[in-house]
Design a protein around this ligand. Structure first.
Ligand SMILES: [Zn+2]
Length: 250
């Protein structure tokens, strides 16, 4: 009999513990803690916009360096004393490394946009990490290996990154940078006159936006035409241009 009771005890115990209300409560706690932990990881390692009411924006440029449009972009930024973040591909950089160094030397942030800029759809987390870190190694090498103390910012081609890869980036102390305002998407195919196009874009900007532009794409010409007007119009509205390094300072 005692054997029978001891055999039945656990099933009764767990039946009570796992009764519907208790199970619901347990599930809520587990999901809550998981969400909290995931939220902390996401907040630390994945940035789409900076949570602020201050009128600050982060300019980011993808797909460079380009031998023509990147130097022109740098000239515009220099003439207006605007800092930016450049997400470059390792392979493109290898052919024109001096442009990355110039951007770095002019106090912009230069970071990895992968080595090959391949479409990473279907890549495993390990493959995504490998592409991003190889690109980072290329950039560090081109900048003289002098990135000590700098944050490891990363951005995948087309923004395709898996949760597991994000977790790995967070564990490695890196920051994945997405965006909250894609200038190109809004304006590539617009036929509106430039002033109207720029006004429409500028009015869409909100405090803390991370703006995505491209200095290394076939659409760079329009970006170069609009960039000075966008900078001036945002400044007229009280915006300040910063990098994530500026925002992350304690
Ligand atoms: Zn890209």
């Amino acid at each position: 009999m005692s054997v029978e009771v001891s055999k039945r005890f656990p099933s009764r115990f767990w039946a009570k513990v796992l009764s519907w209300p208790a199970a619901a409560c347990l599930a809520t706690v587990v999901v809550g803690f998981s969400a909290l932990a995931a939220g902390q990881v996401m907040h630390a390692a994945y940035i789409t916009r900076w949570p602020t009411c201050e009128k600050v924006v982060v300019l980011t440029f993808d797909d460079g360096p380009d031998p023509v449009s990147t130097p022109r972009t740098l000239e515009i930024l220099k003439s207006r004393d605007v800092p930016a973040m450049f997400f470059v591909s390792g392979n493109r950089s290898a052919t024109i490394p001096r442009i990355n160094y110039r951007a770095y030397d002019e106090h912009h942030i230069v970071a990895s946009h992968s080595r090959s800029h391949r479409n990473m759809r279907g890549f495993s987390a390990d493959q995504q990490i490998e592409e991003l870190y190889l690109g980072e190694a290329d950039v560090v090498k081109q900048l003289g290996g002098d990135l000590t103390g700098r944050v490891r910012y990363l951005r995948a081609p087309a923004g395709r990154i898996s949760p597991l890869a994000l977790l790995r980036i967070w564990q490695d102390g890196g920051v994945y940078v997405a965006w909250s305002s894609a200038y190109d998407k809004r304006t590539f195919f617009e036929v509106a006159p430039q002033a109207e196009r720029v006004l429409k874009y500028v009015e869409s900007i909100r405090p803390g936006d991370v703006i995505l532009m491209h200095d290394g794409s076939p659409h760079a010409e329009q970006t170069l035409e609009d960039l000075p007007l966008i900078i001036d119009a945002l400044r007229d509205r009280g915006y300040t241009f910063v990098t994530l390094d500026d925002l992350r300072k304690p």
